[in-house]
Design a protein around this ligand. Structure first.
Ligand code: C5P
Length: 402
């Protein structure tokens, strides 16, 4: 199970012979599921080239603080916000002293100053430098500021000395970095989510659609990615920004959403259908704009395929979650309707909400839902959609594990 799934690691490389191992650190972090960006000090670039680090990380390497072009691409503040964790490997004695003093004299030290994410260092230096009282004092001060100190190891050194100061192995750096995070409840899982409305064309300029904003589905995609899942979001036309760490596929019509969802859902672990799919589409789509003439006009509609039912009917079926948007006091009540949907569509869970209350559901930022499963139901009172999405992800992950 990739323990750093969806985590963003900024690897800092400072000047020391152990920098040749930084290339391997990038690989091991990636093996654990992390996206890696590299920032190097000038000293670091003397030992290993930025080109090597760029080729391995798949991202441009950051070296300059006062370079307008580099800052415009991804500035030091942006980088400090981007990183879920900063790992400096190797961390030289000089750079450790810089950290202690809170210097912002180069790009890497400035990123460390600006960042609120956890910081870990893997010291690497000659044994005499490591044992030196100044270095030991600096390390204790960093520990006191909750900086994680990885190693160093003892053994033979590049200079011929034997003792403490060797950088720990890249495997161990990746493992200790992963230990800084709780393993996501959906790590190693593939999650596919549909969201937003669909548009069913009448002619080249007109369509049938609904008021779905896609907010709930987008919040669920973010929460799933945060929980470590490989997340695919299949979205109808909405005005929301594609969430980070999520593969977002844009579709327009129900049939397009159907094709994309079935292709992605095959072999996935969890499918959440939060899209407000148009139930019907015009039988015929006029190739030309329909001219206004008669006082009335009739559009004949045909039923769209039911996406979530088709996914639930797959041979290798994922855990399948549907939504039920009902208007208040629907005959028999919300739970009755949701349970009907659960059985009819062969779902594992239905999240039902009352769309007649304008302060929740469809276009609003809040939602109140009733979560209905085979055994029972749970009401979650009105809450922000992002918070609700996280709660739903925790509940679903528990059910998946069960
Ligand atoms: O049948 P109804 O539209 O009320 O069911 C709602 C649930 O079914 C939602 O989860 C919705 O995303 C899903 N659905 C679907 N494909 C359709 C219609 C609804 O996946 N064609």
């Amino acid at each position: 199970m990739p323990s750093l799934a969806n985590k963003r690691v900024l690897l800092g490389v400072t000047g020391g012979i152990a920098a040749y191992k930084s290339a391997e650190v990038v690989r091991r972090l990636q093996d654990s599921g992390a996206t890696v960006r590299v920032a190097m000090t000038k000293g670091g670039t003397e030992f290993i080239t930025p080109l090597t680090m760029q080729a391995l990380s798949g991202n441009p390497v950051h070296t300059e603080l006062l370079d307008t072009e580099a800052e415009a691409a991804m500035g030091h503040i942006e980088l400090s916000r981007w990183a879920d964790v900063i790992v400096i490997a190797p961390a030289s004695a000089d750079f450790i002293a810089k950290l202690v003093n809170g210097e912002g004299s180069d790009l890497l030290s400035t990123i460390c100053l600006a960042s609120r994410s956890p910081l870990a260092i893997a010291p690497a230096m000659n044994q005499g430098m490591w044992r030196n009282a100044s270095t030991q004092h600096n390390i204790e001060r960093l520990r006191g500021r909750s900086v994680h100190i990885f190693g160093p190891a003892e053994g033979e050194q590049a200079c011929g000395d034997v003792g403490p100061g060797r950088m720990i192995e890249p495997d161990d750096i990746a493992e200790l970095t992963a230990d800084l995070f709780e393993t996501g409840s959906l790590a190693g899982k593939k999650v596919v989510i549909t969201a937003g409305p669909t548009r069913e064309a009448i002619d080249p300029v007109r369509y049938i659609s609904n008021h779905s904003s896609g907010k709930m589905g987008y919040a669920l995609a973010e929460a799933a990615a945060e929980a470590g899942a490989e997340t695919v979001l299949i979205s109808g036309p909405v005005s929301l920004k594609a969430p980070e760490r999520v593969k977002t596929l844009s579709v327009t019509s129900a049939r397009e959403m159907y094709d994309t969802a079935l292709a992605e859902a095959n072999g996935c672990d969890l499918f959440i259908a939060s899209a407000a799919v148009a139930d019907y589409r015009p039988i015929q789509v006029s190739e030309k704009k329909i001219k206004k003439s008669a006082d009335t006009m009739t559009i004949e509609l045909v039923k769209n395929p039911d996406i979530v039912s088709a996914v639930a009917a797959l041979q290798k079926r994922p855990f399948t979650v549907g939504f039920a948007a009902e208007t208040a006091n629907a005959e028999g009540g919300l739970e009755h309707h949701a349970r009907g949907k659960l059985e009819r569509k062969n779902l594992d869970l239905v999240i039902a909400n009352d769309v007649s209350d304008r302060t929740i559901g469809f276009n609003s930022n809040d939602n109140a839902v009733l979560v209905v499963e085979g055994q029972g139901s749970e009401a979650i009172p009105k809450i922000n959609k992002s918070i609700l999405a996280r709660q739903l992800v925790v509940k679903i992950a528990n059910m998946l594990q069960g």
